[in-house]
Design a protein around this ligand. Structure first.
Ligand code: FAD
Length: 435
């Protein structure tokens, strides 16, 4: 192995793979290091894969990627303890035969992506942890130190794609320590079923059709968070995630929350008879735009979850990881081709490209949302319960006329929130944060 590389990429998740692939394809000499036994072995996701981000890197990914189901229906549930009000969007009109999202299982998916990276020419070493960055006397990053013998490995640039709780960037003071109000802790189980059971239970038409269900309400016990239930080919992924700060405050164990979700009357019939084979926990960066650290410096770049790139409102993370990784890879390859060093000044190219992309525009758009949610827990508790009560009362046929029911329903919403003024204020706050 050559001792000096054009680039070292720390991490073989979506952001690291996108970056390493892009640079290797452009002819750069790339080393990628992951601490897992194999890429994906330690990675956790729901998981929805958004096609567009991957298509821009590997246009024909559908021919070989291990995809579970294409998502033809999105369901949104608002739960109270005993009831469920829902909405859904179904789309069967993929005229070009290219659905825009799929469910995936991260371990096989990351393995597949990593194989593509190696086919493009990058060198991968696994079961190796990067423990620190190596800097020269001017503070420029010039390589990495790993937990293996053999001393430093040198490169023109180090790309930190180490995920949300990677410690290398923090240890080298390139990014701040995580704040409990900036990360969600998510727990997830995978339950296995015969394929036809999944098709029947979720009313799936085509063989590869899938459904994802996003859930808000009583399931998080008033904490800032959501739950989800996704259909894979022969399994269902079910999970719940809330702010770490809220878990610390309420002292509710995450697995207890997931158990409560699994016992909800709307969920019980969907999981009946399955075999649970996997339980995992992972952090999700949810601090939003204001939590994004400096992304570049002399000889280093941060991409993906390590840079807090998650759009929690739309539950997008892997696509932001791939896009930031790809853009960094493209810019580093361009600098190399022009004979320019990856200094912080020259890496303005990456910061500018990112600023022009949907990634930064969306992060900016929802800039106020983390603060809104943290300060307005009624959005997760009071409203879902009130809406379910209103629906129950409104649709119950009990001899009361509909106009009277409407009056009572509206008064009940106001009562649940302590008056109309509070409801109006909440609406204004939400509208402002969404602008
Ligand atoms: P990661 O995927 O975390 O990869 C980081 C890699 O770096 C790992 O392979 C790790 O082993 C390696 N690493 C870390 N430190 C070191 C070190 N020091 N040395 C060597 N290697 C190291 N996103 C979506 O788009 N759709 C979803 O449905 C979705 N659902 C999610 C559900 C859950 C429960 C969770 C936790 C996340 C979900 N996300 C989802 C978010 C998505 O998983 C992340 O945004 C994405 O994985 C980020 O990719 P990444 O490459 O930046 O980081």
């Amino acid at each position: 192995m050559s001792e000096h590389f054009d680039a070292i990429v720390v991490g073989a998740g979506p952001s690291g793979n996108a970056c390493a692939y892009t640079m290797a394809k452009a002819g750069m000499n790339v080393l990628q290091i992951d601490r897992g036994e194999y890429p994906g072995s330690k990675n956790v996701q729901g998981a929805i894969l958004y096609s567009d981000a991957l298509e821009r890197i590997i246009p024909d990914f559908r021919d070989s990627a291990p995809l579970e189901r294409h998502v033809s229906e999105l369901r949104f549930w608002m739960l109270s303890e005993t009831s469920n009000t829902s909405a859904s969007h179904r789309n069967d009109g993929f005229e070009d035969g290219k659905p825009d999202r799929y469910t995936i299982l991260r371990a096989p998916f990351d393995k597949w992506f990593s194989k593509k990276v190696r086919e493009a020419g990058a060198v991968l070493i696994t079961e190796t942890t990067v423990v620190d960055l190596v800097k020269n006397d001017k503070g420029k990053v010039i390589g990495v130190l790993t937990d293996r013998e053999g001393g430093p490995i040198y490169a023109d640039v180090v790309v930190l794609a180490e995920g949300v709780n990677g410690v290398v960037g923090q240890r080298a003071k390139l990014r701040p320590e995580l704040k409990p109000q900036h990360v969600a802790l998510a727990v997830k189980e995978t339950h296995f079923f015969p394929e036809e059971v999944i098709r029947e239970r979720f009313n799936l038409q085509g063989e590869d059709d899938g459904v994802v269900i996003e859930v808000l309400g009583s399931v998080t016990s008033g904490m800032v968070g959501t739950a989800f239930l996704y259909t894979n080919k022969e399994s269902i992924s079910i999970g719940v995630g809330c702010l770490l700060a809220d878990f610390a405050k309420t002292k509710i164990p995450p697995y207890e929350l997931l158990d409560r979700f699994k016992r909800h009357p709307a969920v019980v019939p969907l999981l009946r008879g399955g075999e649970m084979k996997e339980y995992v926990a992972h952090l999700i960066p949810e601090g939003g735009y204001d939590a994004i650290p400096n992304l570049t410096g002399d000889g280093w770049v941060i991409v993906g979850d390590a840079g807090q790139f998650v759009n929690a409102v739309h539950r997008e993370g892997s696509n932001l990881a791939m896009t930031t990784g790809r853009l960094a890879g493209e810019c580093l390859a361009e600098l190399k081709a022009q004979g320019l060093a990856p200094t912080n000044d020259n890496l303005k190219l990456f910061r500018d490209r990112l600023g022009e992309s949907f990634v930064m525009k969306d992060m900016k758009k929802y800039r106020k949302v983390p603060h809104l949610l943290e300060k307005n827990r009624q959005l997760f508790a009071t409203y879902p319960r009130a809406i379910n009560q209103v629906m129950q009362a409104y649709f119950r046929v009990d001899g009361m006329d509909k106009r009277s029911k409407e009056g009572i329903a509206l008064r009940n919403v106001a009562k649940a929130r302590g008056g109309w003024w509070s409801v109006a204020t909440d609406l204004v706050k939400v509208a402002r944060a969404w602008r």
